[in-house]
Design a binder for this molecule. Sequence first.
Ligand code: IPM
Ligand code: MG
Length: 371
Amino acid sequence: MYRVAAIGGDGIGPEIIAEGRKVLDAAAERYGFDLAWDEFDIGADRYLKSGELVTEEDQKELSRYRAIYFGAIGDERVPPGILEKGILLHLRFCLDLYVNLRPIRLLSGVPTPLAGKGPSDIDFLVVRENTEDFYVGIGSRFHGREKKTLTIERELYQARFNLDIESDADELAYQVGVITREGAERVISYAFDLARQRRKKLTSVDKANVLSDVYGLWREVFSEVAARNPGISTEFTFVDAVTMWFVKNPEWFDVVVTPNMFGDIITDLGAMIQGGLGLAPGANINPGGTSMFEPIHGSAPKYKGQNVANPIATVWAGSMLLDHLGEHEAAAAVLKAIERSIADGVVTRDMGGTATTSSVGDHLADILLKG
Ligand code: IPM
Ligand code: MG
């Protein structure tokens, strides 16, 4: 029996998590284990009622689970950034979910906008660093003169920046990106381990030609970890070039490792080449602790409660959750069921079908139970 925490969140989040749970429960029944779900009320509604985002208590409780199943966050009633930073990013940081694993894989039967490419061409993993870079939350805006100390505290380090800025500009804003040796090393090592289990090729993405301090350190660490990993072929690419290659030659890629912000950007591109955001799952992993599984799309508030959202990204994230729990057979069966369901034409609007969110979930559960 596995206890799993579930956070539906906002917009379509609760609907897609309900379908994900339905499908994972069917997989559990079929493969002889149990999932016990504990729901956490975290999201816009609670925030609007009580002002709470993720409380210390939530944090403590969530850290006891090996896996969290997460829907989506984001609501029109709350200014942009509050829920994203206060909930999603906060969970990534406080649980130290330093790997953001996003498979870019074209399932059979899914059309891709890339002419002449098929499932055998589009099958790679993006490993996005998930706790550093320009996401550390250090920055501000000001007029005139500013002298202050910025501090940041993380699992790995505490940093203090003394800033003394004088400006004639009407207004000035800045944001600081941080890469630590430890932070780079742990995620790059994780990516090498994945590459070894696959086609043994690892691509590093950065912008070391311009942001040469942060990504210079990233490259240095990558080279050191590469030296300890013979048998894996490696390459450095700049982020602008990699967006071109993802489109032109996706078949070149096996595992791609990238700092946080570039990872955010290139995985939306990846989602499109694998058929759309409705088909793109992600895992936020702390290999030694709690991990969190989510679709990479957002809460799509305008579709809330309409039973039209595509649950596949969430179900696929659920398959990654099962893999993480060690239920590899069940995880593979869930992915197979997704492909079967697509072949059967039981798909939602975004994929050209007429099925509802819940009927896709029912169909997937049926396939798993009846074989
Ligand atoms: C993602 C999202 C988040 C991110 C937002 C919602 C904070 O775009 O998971 O890719 O930037 O990481
Ligand atoms: Mg994103």
